[in-house]
Design a protein around this ligand. Structure first.
Ligand SMILES: NC(=O)c1ccc[n+]([C@@H]2O[C@H](COP(=O)([O-])OP(=O)(O)OC[C@H]3O[C@@H](n4cnc5c(N)ncnc54)[C@H](O)[C@@H]3O)[C@@H](O)[C@H]2O)c1
Length: 339
């Protein structure tokens, strides 16, 4: 079976994708520098699949290290590139760190892929490229808006770099996957999201509040023009998201792609408000969540959810798991890691 490189493969989405790749029989080699993950994730993956992926501890900012990796693993057929820094607020404080880690590393990888006879490349992009879209649900042809943060900008620039490279390098086929809001954990509770410090995302904040690690969840604004006044997002279960990567990879490896650079939205197509996510948590955990409504947070988009038609029809992929499934698995994971 083909050897697939997963960068950032010990991170949240990467680890779930490694599991799905191994379940499909792929040989997986992971690069991670452990800057936002733990080596224990390797055991979590192995306990689920029964097979330890090859692990190379490497900082992708180390250009010579990346070159040496490809000399050693010159039989890599595909790359799924998750490794990046992802904290929006931090990116505003430290833009150069973000440009170096998210753009520099992408360039080094593509330079190596250019040397291979053929390469399939999947890039982790984000719905953040759409900003507050003019029309909902959001299709892939919605205009890319001025980025709100250096992090968001790295996703936009990253897509452009890949598109420009593919134009002149037919041996590289690429897909940018624009994720909406990944949540949940593997049903085994052997892998999940491991935020360092105060969680930036809603679901880990909810589960940490549920377990008593945080006192209270602040809901930023209930006076938005939405049915219950709180912001709306498209929460996608990380296992559904991981499976989409395998489908996208197979499309490229099997030469089923329609162009050598394509983009797809990955979401459920359904928007859920902050209060609906809180209610889902309360339903699956049987616990009341301590939350309070506070003022709006600057820069928050009111509503974003995906039009999934292109992914459903072209990739033949659809989400199967629900918001309750996601909250149930996230809660099981939180209880396990604090237990
Ligand atoms: N989680 C989300 O909400 C979300 C939404 C849209 C897009 N994305 C993108 O998806 C990708 C994965 O996100 P995630 O939530 O799994 O993040 P994560 O932080 O859990 O995983 C990223 C992994 O990459 C590693 N890494 C970072 N820089 C590296 C470097 N220079 N060299 C080697 N390894 C490095 C980290 O140690 C970590 O294990 C990122 O590109 C992120 O921007 C995430």
């Amino acid at each position: 079976m083909d050897k697939i490189l997963v960068t950032g493969g010990l991170g949240f989405i990467g680890s779930h994708t490694v599991v799905e790749l191994q379940n499909e029989g792929y040989d997986v080699v992971i690069i991670d520098d452990l800057s936002n993950s733990s080596i224990n994730v390797l055991d979590g993956i192995t306990s689920i699949t029964g097979k330890k992926p090859i692990f190379e501890k490497l900082d992708l900012k180390d250009k010579a290290g990346v070159e040496a990796f490809f000399e050693k693993h010159n039989d890599v057929k595909g790359v799924i590139h998750f490794a990046a820094s992802k904290a929006v607020g931090e990116s505003v404080e430290k833009p150069l760190l973000y440009y170096e880690n998210n753009i520099g590393t992408l360039v080094y990888l593509l330079k190596e892929l250019k040397k291979l006879p053929e390469a399939s490349f999947i890039f982790s992009s984000s719905c953040t490229v759409y900003g507050q879209a003019d029309e909902l649900p959001i299709t892939e042809s919605a205009p890319v808006k001025q980025a709100e943060s250096p992090y968001g900008n790295t996703k936009q620039i990253g897509e452009e770099i890949i598109s420009d490279t593919c134009k002149v390098t037919p041996s590289i086929k690429a897909i940018a996957l624009r994720y909406f809001n990944p949540v949940g954990a593997h049903e085994s509770a052997n892998i999940g999201e491991l935020p360092i410090g105060v969680p930036q995302n809603l679901v880990p904040f909810i589960t940490q509040t549920g377990i008593g690690l945080r006192e209270q969840l602040s809901v930023f604004g209930d006076d938005y023009p939405t049915p219950d006044g709180t912001c709306i997002r498209d929460y996608i279960h990380v296992v559904d998201l991981a499976k989409a990567h395998v489908v996208a990879l197979k499309r490229l490896l099997g030469n089923k792609n329609k162009a050598n650079y394509e983009t797809f939205n990955l979401g459920t197509g359904k928007g859920s408000s902050v209060l609906e996510v809180v209610q889902a948590f309360e339903r699956v955990s049987g616990k009341k969540l301590n939350y309070k409504i506070v003022g709006r947070r600057e820069g928050d988009i009111i509503s974003a959810y995906a039009d999934t038609t292109k992914a459903n029809e072209e990739l033949g992929w659809k989400t199967k798991l629900t918001l309750d499934d996601a909250l149930r698995s996230a809660w099981k994971w939180e209880q396990k890691i604090r237990g």
